[in-house]
Design a binder for this molecule. Structure first.
Ligand SMILES: [Zn+2]
Length: 366
């Protein structure tokens, strides 16, 4: 039976002490039974609620009706009782769930879902691309983000003062003037140096993809960031032809964007490949038609094509830097921007969104 505050007929000290004792025993039992937050609230309300709590009832049923000569005795006890009840309630509210309470959890209830975050869209895209090439037998190679001028430019057939260097506005580290040019440190402008580093260590056949961060001195805007991600690929073996390059990239683009996607190769220039090509894919928004929704397709500027990556056959000069015999081996290289592909895949219109850490943006990829 739950404790109820009795009406008192006898206001003698002995009778008062007995009533107080009963009440304290009751609160002791009830505080022991408090298990969880709901219990805590019910316990506090039962004892302390202003309107109908037990202390209020004690006031109404013991103090108010007490005869004049007993008021003092009753008042003292009620005041002491108040302090004790408040201390009990406070202690019960502060207690942590006991082991007994833990084991009383109903394990058949559904669990509490914890937010576990999501893979960042850039990393996800990077993993998607790497996955396509892993399935073709490529392995992953990585290298330093801080590079020497030699690996970033010279060994890739960008001679000092070559105008092709100007297309990659480079961030050099400070206080490098005393070093020779090829020793000077910079933030790599592409992941291509890892091609050289890998070829220095390994003999053909080589099939690698190289994901990683690169930096260029581009002020941030909707389509530029001073830091972005690239994936490069390199295949070197005997008798590798431009046909192999086309077939590989055509397969990769279909794997990434769907089997309907077509590829187109147009002549281009990169210092470390010869011949070089820019690769376009048929516009994934208008299906290559150039128009949609009754108007020009804004994504491909009505051309039906989207330029996506660069590639080419490895320039024989590059083999000279890594002691490969250019008469015996041939190969191709390609490189693509991860952000560019993520923007297309996810319909993002501002590259800055990837790096601002806004949870409202990122949680859409959960
Ligand atoms: Zn289009």
């Amino acid at each position: 039976m739950a404790y109820t505050v009795p009406k008192l007929k006898d206001f003698s000290p002995a009778a008062l002490d007995k009533a107080v004792e009963k009440l304290l025993a009751a609160i002791g039992d009830e505080s022991d039974a408090v298990r969880n937050d709901a219990d805590k609230k019910a316990f506090r309300d039962r004892w302390l609620a202003r309107k109908d709590g037990i202390l209020t009832q004690v006031n109404d049923l013991w103090l108010k009706p007490a005869p004049k000569e007993a008021k003092r005795e009753v008042g003292q006890r009620v005041n002491k009782l108040k302090a004790e009840v408040e201390a009990k309630v406070e202690a019960a509210l502060a207690q942590k769930p006991s082991a007994a309470a833990e084991s009383a959890i109903d394990i058949s209830l559904p669990g509490i879902r914890r937010p576990i975050g999501a893979e960042h869209p850039i990393i996800r895209t990077q993993n998607d691309i790497v996955g396509v090439f892993k399935n073709l037998g490529y392995s992953v190679a990585e290298g330093p983000v801080i590079e020497t001028d030699y690996y970033n430019f010279e060994a890739l057939n960008f001679p000092p003062n070559h105008p092709a260097r100007d297309t990659q506005d480079t961030l050099f580290l400070a206080n490098q003037e005393s070093k020779s040019r090829r020793e000077q440190l910079l933030l790599r402008t592409h992941t291509s140096p890892v091609q050289i580093r890998t070829m220095e260590k390994m003999k053909p056949p080589i099939r690698i993809v190289i994901p990683g961060k690169v930096h260029r001195n581009d002020p941030p805007d909707a389509s530029h960031s001073p830091m972005f991600h690239q994936i490069e690929g390199l295949a070197v073996d005997t008798n590798i032809t431009f046909g192999d390059l086309k077939g590989t990239l055509d397969h990769a683009m279909k794997a990434l964007f769907g089997s309907d996607v077509k590829t187109s190769f147009r002549p281009s220039f990169f210092p470390f490949t010869e011949p070089s090509a820019d690769v376009q894919i048929s516009c994934i928004f208008c299906g290559g038609k150039g128009y949609r929704d009754g108007g020009r397709c804004p994504n491909c500027k009505a051309s039906g094509w989207i330029e996506l990556l660069g590639c080419g056959m490895v320039d024989p000069n590059v083999y000279g830097f890594v002691n490969y015999d250019a008469k015996k081996v041939s190969g191709f290289a390609f490189g693509m921007g991860v952000e560019r592909i993520a923007i297309l895949k996810y319909g993002v219109d501002d590259i800055q969104l990837f790096f601002q850490g806004d949870v409202r943006f990122l949680e859409q990829f959960g």
